[in-house]
Design a protein around this ligand. Structure first.
Ligand SMILES: NC(=O)c1ccc[n+]([C@@H]2O[C@H](COP(=O)([O-])OP(=O)(O)OC[C@H]3O[C@@H](n4cnc5c(N)ncnc54)[C@H](OP(=O)(O)O)[C@@H]3O)[C@@H](O)[C@H]2O)c1
Length: 234
């Protein structure tokens, strides 16, 4: 059955792959980003997750076009890497505002719609590096680990409403985000990735689709790693 799906950061990378995969299955898909760009077949909405009013407006437009949101994928995220001793408060907080507060805002907005329907799927895009730690990424890793506490608290709040909340934890995925990594850093990351290669955005999308499926109805509060084995056991 076709569902109304809302994805933040769906103009490229993992978010776009997730959007394509829902759309290919017949769902009605809205994607947000700061640029507002979207390819044909997706409803593109310009909304910065750090601006609550923009997120609310985007969700209202998505619902006007597609009906009450049933699946929300909080995917928008950024990196601003630098060793902590050189990191400014602004660099720390900008990543928190996007990757953590932005997820809070997105999910709170969507949950208000989902509650009366008494069904829903919430999937947050975390990262293997949030659990492993990563040099130069104290800000980023803090947000990605923070999503676990956010999700698991929400699991308790929404359990009796038939709404599940889960995380995917991608490893090193071939997108714009990983392009700036130096060859030496990439080498190091590949040595700690048993499959020895980058993942694709489509491979992450497949995991998101599973968590959003009917079949995943009894899975909530889980972290699904999609990292070629990086950080297994964490
Ligand atoms: N690539 C990896 O190896 C990897 C690994 C683990 C986890 N992740 C996570 O996966 C998610 C997607 O990453 P990606 O690799 O696909 O990155 P990406 O290619 O850089 O795409 C990021 C997306 O988020 C949007 N975005 C950024 N800031 C935003 C904001 N303030 N408001 C709304 N949209 C915003 C971007 O569009 P605009 O720039 O137009 O806003 C874009 O659509 C992120 O949460 C990232 O942390 C990635």
């Amino acid at each position: 059955m076709s569902r109304s799906v809302f994805i933040t950061g769906g103009s490229r990378g993992i978010g776009l792959a997730v959007a394509r995969s829902f759309a290919a299955a017949g769902d009605r898909v809205a994607v947000t980003s700061r640029s507002g760009e979207a390819e044909e077949g997706l409803l593109g909405l310009k909304a910065d997750v750090t601006e609550p009013e923009q997120v609310e407006q985007a969700l209202a437009e998505a619902e006007a076009a597609h009906g009450t949101v049933e699946v929300v994928v909080a995917n928008a995220g950024i990196t601003l890497d630098t060793p902590m001793l050189r990191m400014t408060e602004n660099q720390f907080e900008e990543v928190l505002r996007t990757n953590l507060t932005g997820v809070f805002t997105t999910v709170r907005t969507a949950v208000r719609s989902m509650l009366p329907a008494r069904k829903g799927r919430i999937i947050l895009v975390s990262s293997a590096l949030g659990f492993l730690g990563s040099p130069g990424q104290t800000n980023y890793a803090a947000t990605k680990a923070g999503l676990l506490g956010l999700a698991r608290s929400l699991v308790w709040e929404l359990g009796d409403r038939n709404i599940t909340v889960n995380l995917v934890a991608p490893g090193i995925i071939d997108t714009d985000m990983t392009k700036p990594l130096s060859a030496a850093r990439m080498d190091g990351l590949m040595r700690t990735t048993p499959l020895g290669r980058l993942g694709t955005a489509d491979e992450v999308a497949a995991a998101v689709r599973f968590l959003a499926s009917e079949e995943a109805g009894y899975i909530t509060g889980a972290v699904l790693p999609v990292g070629g084995g990086i950080g297994m056991g964490h």
